[in-house]
Design a protein around this ligand. Structure first.
Ligand code: PTT
Ligand code: SF4
Length: 612
C-alpha cells in the first residue's frame, strides 16, 4: 500500500507485550491518517463511560500519509485519547522527530494500552520493542528527562515525554518533545502519566512506501525552498505567532484580567517586537524551513521558548507585563509539562474568584511570584488548592460556587485560547463547536469577521466560514499531518496538499475528497461525545457565560458595554447545524451519516441517539 506503511503497533503496558497489526487500504482511504485514524480507533475500541485516567483508556500516536516525508512542515504527530479534561474525544498536534522516526520504523499508528507496574520508557526501534525502567527520571521535569534521554539515545531519536504534571495526573498535562514543542492540551500528558509511561523513544531505518518517491522528493525539497523564501519575503518568523499580540490588543481581542478586558495599555511590553529583540535562539519542528520557536532568557537566565498563546494567557490575562517573568512562568509549564494555556486560564480564574470574594486566598492579578508558586503546587497536586486547581477551571468553579462557573473561561471543560470574543460572535462559535473544547486550532475567523463581513453579524456567512476552516484544518493538516502555518501565515496554497498526497499514494484525489473526510471525522468525533453525554449536545456548544454577561463587558474603549447576545448566538449555532446537516440537538441526521458512510457502522456498533 503506497502512502501508508499499512501497520500499527499495539503495545500493552500491563502485560508488557506488543504486536504489529496490519490495517486495510479501505481503513486508510476512509480515515486518511492522524486525527481520522485516532477518532476511528477510539470510537471503536473504547467503552463509553471509562475513566480517562484508568488503564482502559488508550494513548494513541497517529501519523498520516505525508508525515515525516521531506516536504513543508511535515514533522508533526497527533497524540490522542479520551480526554481527562473534557471526558470527550481529545487530541493535540505537536512537532516532533517521533513523527519521522515512527514512520521510518514502519508504523502509522502507535496504540498504548493498559498501565505499567512501574515507571516505564517505551523504546521502539523498527521491529524491536522494549519496556525499560524509567524510575531514575520519574519525578523529574521534562528538561532533565530530555537530557537523560539524549545521553542514552542521541539527539536523532524521536522522543515524547512527560513532566511531574503528567505523572501526578494534572488534567491539563501535555506531552513534550525534544524540540521544545508541546502538544495534547486536552490532557494527553496525564493519560501517559496514568499509564506510568514516562517517555516514548523511537528510531527507524526503513523507507516510507511511496508511489512516486522521486517525484515527491523533487516537489518536497523544492517546496521547502519556496516556503523558506516566502517566509523571508513576508518576514513572518521574525515574530512568529507572537506577531498577533499587538494586533489583538489593537482590535480588542486580547484576554486581560481573566478575559474581563480586551485591551491593555501595557500590552506592548510583552509583544512580538519585544520578544524578537530579546531573542537568544530559534527552534523549530523537523522538516520546517520557517522555524518559529523564539527563545529568550527568563528572569533566572533560563532559556524559554514562547508562542502567542503562552504569552497571552500567562501575561496580559494575569496582568503580568514583564517579559522575563512571563518567560519564567512559561519555562515552569514546559518543565512540569503543564499546558500553558489552561494553566494561564486556571490562575487568572483563581485570581478573579478571590477578587470577587468567591474563593479564599491571597493570590492577585499581577503577582508573578505567586503564580510561580501556584504552578509548583498544581504540578505536584500539593495542598488543597494545588489539588483543586490541577483539575481545571470548571471543577474549581463548581467547588468555589458563588456564581464563579460564569467566569470559568472554558468550553466543554477545556480552557479558552487567547482570543477574547465578547464582541466577536463568529470566533465565539468556533470555540463553542470545537470538537475538543475551546481551542483555536479548529477554526480561526477573526480576520474574516473584521474584514469580510460585519463584526457584529450573527449571519450564516460566519457559520459557513467556520465550517470551511474546520474542513481545511482537519481534512488536510490533522489527517495528512503537517503544520498549518505555511497556509495560515505565509500564503502557501491548500492545492499543494492533494499534490503531495497523490504523489505518495498514487491516488487522484481533489480537495473535495478531503472535505468529505473532514466532515466524516467531525461527525465521528460528535458521535463520541454523544455516547458520553447523550442529553447535552446543544448545550455543550456554547462559549463561556462571561462573554454574554453585561457585567463583564469592557467599561471603556470602542467596545464598551458590548457582549454576545444569547438568542443571536443560538441562531448562529443553528446556521452551523443546518449547514453541517445536524438536527436541532446538534446531532448528525441519519441522512448526513449516510452521506458520510457512517450510518451502517454506527448502527452496528450500538444504538445511538443519532438514529432515534
Ligand atoms: C497547542 C497549544 C498551543 S497552540 C500553544 S502556543 W500556538 C501552547 N504551547 C505550549 C508550549 O509551548 N508549552 C507548554 N507547556 N504548553 C503549551 N500549550 C499550548 O499548546 C505548535 C504550533 C502552534 S504554536 C500552533 S498554534 C499551531 N498548531 C497546529 C495544530 O494544532 N495543528 C497543525 N496541523 N499545525 C499546527 N501548527 C502550529 O503548531 P495542542 P507544537 Mg502543540 C512550548 O498541541 O494540544 O493543539 O496545543 O504543537 O509543536 O508545540 O507547535 O500559538
Ligand atoms: Fe513547527 Fe513553527 Fe515550523 Fe510549524 S512553522 S513546523 S510550528 S517551527
Amino acid at each position: 500500500m503506497n502512502g501508508w506503511t499499512g501497520w500499527m503497533l499495539r503495545v500493552d503496558l500491563t502485560a508488557r507485550t506488543f504486536r504489529k497489526e496490519p490495517f486495510s487500504e479501505a481503513f486508510a482511504r476512509t480515515w486518511v491518517g492522524g486525527r481520522g485514524f485516532a477518532a476511528k480507533l477510539l470510537y471503536d475500541e473504547l467503552k463509553p463511560g471509562i475513566d480517562p485516567l484508568g488503564p482502559e483508556n488508550k494513548f494513541i500516536v497517529a501519523l498520516g500519509p505525508i508525515a515525516g516525508i521531506p516536504a513543508p512542515n511535515t514533522g508533526k504527530a497527533i497524540v490522542a485519547a479520551k480526554s481527562p479534561m473534557t471526558g470527550g474525544y481529545g487530541d493535540g498536534n505537536l512537532g516532533t522527530a517521533a513523527a519521522v522516526q515512527l514512520r521510518k520504523a514502519g508504523y502509522d499508528l502507535l496504540i498504548v494500552e493498559g498501565r505499567a507496574e512501574r515507571p516505564t520508557l517505551l523504546y521502539i526501534e523498527d521491529d524491536r520493542v522494549e519496556f525499560l525502567p524509567a524510575d531514575e527520571v520519574w519525578g523529574e521535569g521534562t528538561y532533565a528527562t530530555n537530557a537523560w534521554i539524549y545521553a542514552r539515545y542521541g539527539k536523532a531519536a524521536g522522543v515524547l515525554n512527560i513532566g511531574q504534571a503528567g505523572e501526578n495526573l494534572v488534567r491539563y498535562a501535555v506531552v513534550r518533545s525534544l524540540e521544545g514543542r508541546s502538544g495534547g492540551r486536552t490532557g494527553m500528558g496525564a493519560v501517559m502519566g496514568s499509564k506510568r509511561l514516562k517517555a516514548i523513544v523511537v528510531k527507524g531505518s526503513k523507507p516510507i512506501p511511496q508511489a512516486d518517491p522521486a517525484g515527491m522528493k523533487q516537489a518536497g525539497l523544492e517546496d521547502l525552498r519556496r516556503t523558506h523564501q516566502l517566509d523571508k519575503e513576508t518576514g513572518w518568523s521574525t515574530q512568529g505567532t507572537t506577531g498577533v499580540l499587538a494586533w489583538c490588543n489593537e482590535v480588542s481581542a486580547l484576554p486581560v484580567r481573566n478575559f474581563r478586558r480586551t485591551t491593555h495599555p501595557e500590552a506592548w511590553k510583552v509583544d512580538g517586537e519585544r520578544l524578537n529583540q530579546a531573542r537568544i535562539a530559534t527552534y523549530g519542528c523537523p522538516n520546517c524551513a520557517m522555524r518559529c520557536g523564539i527563545a529568550i532568557h527568563d528572569d533566572e537566565g533560563r532559556e524559554s521558548e514562547l508562542d502567542y498563546e503562552n504569552i497571552g494567557l500567562l501575561g496580559p490575562n494575569l496582568e503580568i507585563f514583564d517579559l522575563p517573568q512571563v518567560a519564567s512562568l512559561n519555562y515552569l509549564c514546559d518543565d512540569y509539562g503543564l499546558d500553558t494555556m489552561s494553566a494561564g486560564c486556571v490562575l487568572s480564574f483563581y485570581a478573579d474568584a478571590i477578587d470577587r470574594g468567591a474563593a479564599p486566598g491571597d493570590f492577585r492579578f499581577g503577582d508573578a511570584a505567586g503564580a510561580k508558586r501556584l504552578l509548583g503546587l498544581i504540578a505536584r497536586r500539593e495542598g488543597e488548592i494545588g489539588d483543586l486547581l490541577a483539575e481545571g477551571t470548571r471543577p474549581a468553579a463548581r467547588k468555589f460556587g458563588h456564581g464563579s462557573e460564569d467566569y470559568a473561561m472554558q468550553v466543554k471543560g477545556l480552557e479558552v485560547s487567547a482570543y477574547n470574543c465578547k464582541s466577536i460572535p463568529g470566533m465565539a462559535l468556533a470555540f463553542g463547536v470545537s470538537p475538543i473544547g475551546a481551542h483555536h486550532k479548529e477554526s480561526w475567523i477573526i480576520t474574516f469577521e473584521l474584514n469580510n463581513t460585519s463584526r457584529d453579524s450573527y449571519g450564516p456567512e460566519k457559520a459557513q466560514k467556520v465550517i470551511e476552516l474546520q474542513r481545511i484544518r482537519t481534512g488536510l493538516f490533522e489527517c495528512l499531518i503537517s503544520c498549518r502555518f505555511p497556509w495560515v501565515e505565509i500564503g502557501w496554497k491548500v492545492d499543494h496538499y492533494p499534490v503531495y498526497f497523490n504523489l505518495v499514494t498514487g491516488l487522484d484525489w481533489t480537495l473535495d475528497d478531503f472535505w468529505t473526510v473532514a466532515d466524516r471525522v467531525y461527525a465521528l468525533m460528535k458521535l463520541f461525545w454523544l455516547r458520553e453525554f447523550p442529553d447535552s449536545s446543544r448545550r455543550l456548544d456554547y462559549p463561556p457565560a462571561a462573554w454574554f454577561d453585561p457585567a463583564n463587558a469592557d467599561t471603556d474603549g470602542p467596545f464598551a458595554g458590548q457582549v454576545l447576545d444569547y438568542a443571536k448566538y443560538d441562531g448562529l449555532l443553528q446556521h452551523y447545524y443546518d449547514i453541517r446537516g445536524y438536527d436541532r440537538r446538534g446531532i448528525p441526521t441519519l441522512a448526513t451519516l449516510e452521506r458520510l458512510g457512517l450510518a451502517a457502522e454506527v448502527r452496528a456498533a450500538e444504538p445511538c441517539a443519532a438514529l432515534t
